[in-house]
Structure formats: C-alpha cells, structure tokens
Write a protein that binds this ligand. Structure first.
Ligand code: SF4
Ligand code: SF4
Length: 438
C-alpha cells in the first residue's frame, strides 16, 4: 500500500550507490588504532587506561559519569602507547587513546552476554554496550530509548532509508543481517513495551525491502514500508511524518509525537550485544568516491585511520582534492587521513577537484528554490542574509535551530550560495547566545 504522507521539499540527488552489491570485506587488523574519547553527542569520556597498559578486545578504555554519554571500548588487543589530545575528524584535538596492536585480537575476559530481566536491565545493557546511533548522528541509544516519563512511546520507527548518495552501509546490513535487525526490533518492543514498529526502506532498495518484509511477516507488530527515494527521507522528522503522518513541531523530538527512531544497524547491534556481550568495537564503513580505486564496504575496528581504509581499497587513482567523513550532502571535510573511524562513521568518500570543489557564490536572485527544497519549512535565503549581517539575535525567529543541515537548500541554489555553511555558523552563534543568556 503506498504511503499517504509525503514530506515537503527535499531534492532528487543522484544515488551513486556504487558499493550496493559489494559484500562487506573485513579489514586486516591495523598496526595501531587511535580511539577518540568523543564519539557521541553528550559528555566526552575520560580515559580509564594509561600508556603501557595492555588491553584486550571489548575492554572499557573510557567512560563518563554523565547520563548523556556512552562508554568506549578497545577494538583491538595490544598495548596503550599514548593517551593525549590527538587530531579528530572535526579538525580539532580530542583526548584519544592510541593502541599498538599485537595481532592476537584476544577478547577481554569480562565479556559475557548481559543478564536482562526487565526494562531497567535492558537500558543498562544498552548503555554498557557503548551503543550510539549508527546512522550518523551518534546520540547515545540508551538515552533515546528512555524518554521522559510523560512521553508515551507507541511506535518504534526503524530507519532503513539511507537516502544520502554513495552510502550503502545500512543496505548491506539489511541484506547480510536481516534476522539480526528483526531480532533487535523485537527486543526493543518487548523490553520497552512498545506496541508496534514500522521500518521504512527507500524504493531504490527493492531487494532489501522484499527480504525484510519476508522476515517480518511472522510478527504482526512489525510492518515494513517502501518510501519514495528522495533526499533527506531518512532524517528523523521527515521519516516519522512519512511513516505515521505525525508532524514533529518546531524544537521538539520524535518522542513528543510518540515515536523513537533507530537505524537498522543500531537495532541489529542491540541483538548482537544481547547475544554475545561484545560492546561496539567495529563498524561497517562505505569507502567510495571518484578517486578511490576499489570502492567497498569494509568492516573496520573503531579507531582505524582513514588512510588504512583507503589503502585497503586499493588507494587513490589520483591525489584526492577533498575527503569527506559521511555522505556528500552532510559529510565533514577532513584535514588529514590520520583521523580515525568512530562509532558513527558510515562512510568515507574521496573526490577529485571537479566533484569536490566548492563553487564560488553569486548574488541571491530570490528565486525561492531553497525555500521549496527545505524539508523543515525554513527560509534559508533569509537566514543566510541574517548570518552574513551578523544579526544573530534575529535568527531564532527564523527557527534556525530546526535546520537539520541536510544541504538541500545549497544543492538547489542556482547562485551556488553557501547556505548550509552559513546556517551552521549561525546555529553555533545562537547556541552560544542562549548559553550566555541563561
Ligand atoms: S535558491 Fe539561492 S538564489 Fe534562489 S532564493 Fe535561495 S539563496 Fe537566493
Ligand atoms: S535550511 Fe537546513 S534543513 Fe533547510 S534545506 Fe537548508 S540545510 Fe536543510
């Protein structure tokens, strides 16, 4: 049955899912990993190891007492060589743990499946696993699964849209581990007493849709829906609307309309952790882009350098002009290939100058295309004007913090205005203004 609800705006970006049929390859254990203590939204972790310590796979190496945070575990066995601030994917220095691997991949003795009898045990287990949203946002999953008591969740939304060009990490999970996804959904429904789950998969992935629909047919709480392929279909607000017709108001979250949204990789990991007790220490990364010799999906230990991943994919055809962590619409440009894969790295992409260059801006011709493209019903041209004029105190009236940084406005703009870039700067300024006000 076709869905009734179609979100406003968005763009039809070329899919370029070059690695869709590439079965996941397992990376050889690198000589060293660098594991940052910031891999999630929330408080950073403090290292619990020091140089000279030996560690094993799954051993905790960082944690925080803050609720909105998630522990960090070693992805390898070996010796800790450095604990100090090191270059991070965002271009800043972040406290990190460097481990020289011993190649043995010995598993930490404390690893065993968690004992879960009730909701509290389940949430505790999810926190202990170090799980954060694996679709890109990196929000600690135990926090998402435990909304304030006045929010009644009646629907788990499972995100299999994967709408951003190039990225096929979720798609491979759906093809390679459909049973794990269904099992993870059932665990969440059972322990959190949520009556139903709806999984949304874009219609450019018919194989995954058919497979998941078959796997879900024995549980009438789970439905699988085909979504139109339109970017940013997988954003939380657009996905919730497309699958339920519920509109999340400005400044609110899915829990405010009775939903919790988890990515397919996230639910599959919950099933794996409940079975094995092995925390989140590796992830699948799509390695692609016009200058990569052999684009692939690669299962890599957290902390692997981008250079190691590109080398594993045959290196570059020519020197990359731009490297992104994440997709071409929302990814973050990298300063160095020495930065590491973290928990929410779903892709690394390398581009030549033709594809990677940011075009020069021309004056706004007030054509309104950015407004048409904005799935959050914002006025990107006005926000851009205010940011450039440094009128920060006026930005809240334009709901700048509702911007999901999808880049649809910039993509549609005939004058190539750097809209999303200026909006990011504006959001940062507004947040600082709010902190100072309080
Ligand atoms: S799309 Fe570009 S040119 Fe058109 S109104 Fe928006 S900012 Fe101006
Ligand atoms: S203003 Fe924000 S949400 Fe709207 S299209 Fe631009 S980047 Fe996306």
């Amino acid at each position: 049955m076709p869905l009734k609800w179609v979100f406003h705006g968005g763009v039809s970006a070329p899919h370029r899912k070059n690695t869709a049929e590439s079965e996941t390859s397992v990376l050889d254990i690198p000589e060293k990993v660098v594991i940052p203590m910031v891999q999630h939204i929330g408080a950073p972790c403090t290292p619990t190891v020091k140089p000279g310590d030996t560690v094993k796979v799954g051993q905790k190496i960082g944690d925080s007492e803050a609720y909105v945070s998630a522990p960090i575990h070693s992805s390898v066995s070996g010796t800790v060589t450095r604990v100090e601030p090191m270059l991070f994917a965002g271009g800043n220095l972040v406290m990190s743990v460097e481990i020289k691997t011993d190649g043995k991949q010995e598993v930490y003795e404390g690893i065993s499946p968690p004992e879960i009898k009730n909701r509290e045990d389940f949430l505790k287990a999810v926190r202990s696993s170090g799980l954060v949203g694996l679709g890109g946002a990196g929000f600690p999953t135990h926090v998402k699964l435990n909304p304030p008591k006045d929010k009644v969740i009646d629907c788990l939304i499972v995100n299999g849209a994967e709408c951003e060009p190039y990225i096929t990490s979720d798609y491979r999970e759906m093809l390679e581990n459909p049973d794990g996804i269904i099992e993870g959904i059932k665990l969440v429904l059972d322990y959190l007493s949520i009556p139903k789950a709806i999984m949304g998969i874009e219609d450019n992935k018919p194989k995954a849709y058919k497979l998941l629909k078959e796997k879900a047919q024995n549980d009438n709480r789970i439905s699988v829906q085909s979504l139109r392929s339109r970017y940013p279909q997988g954003a939380e607000k657009t996905l919730v609307y497309a699958l339920t017709g519920r509109k999340i108001p400005s400044g609110k979250l899915p829990a405010d309309v009775g939903c919790v949204v988890l990515n397919v990789n996230t639910v599959a990991f919950i099933a794996s952790y409940v079975k094995t007790g092995m925390p989140l220490v590796q992830r699948r990364v799509t390695v692609d882009g016009p200058v990569v010799n052999q684009p692939k999906n690669v299962l890599a230990p957290i902390g692997t350098s981008l250079q190691t991943l590109f080398d594993f994919c045959g290196g570059f055809k020519s020197t990359p002009y731009k490297v992104l962590m994440g997709g071409p619409m929302m990814g973050i440009a990298q300063y160095s290939l020495e930065t590491s894969v973290i928990k929410n790295t779903n892709a690394i992409l390398a581009f030549d100058k033709k594809e990677g260059d940011l075009p020069s801006e021309w004056p706004c011709i007030r054509c309104g295309r950015c407004v048409e493209a904005c799935p959050m019903n914002l006025l990107p041209l006005e926000i851009n004007r205010l940011v450039l004029a440094n009128k920060i105190d006026e930005l809240e009236r334009y709901h700048i913090l509702d911007c999901i940084e999808c880049g649809s406005c910039s993509y549609s703009c005939p004058s190539k205005r750097h809209l999303v870039q200026s909006i990011r700067i504006g959001k940062d300024a507004v947040r600082r203004l709010k902190v100072n006000r309080n």
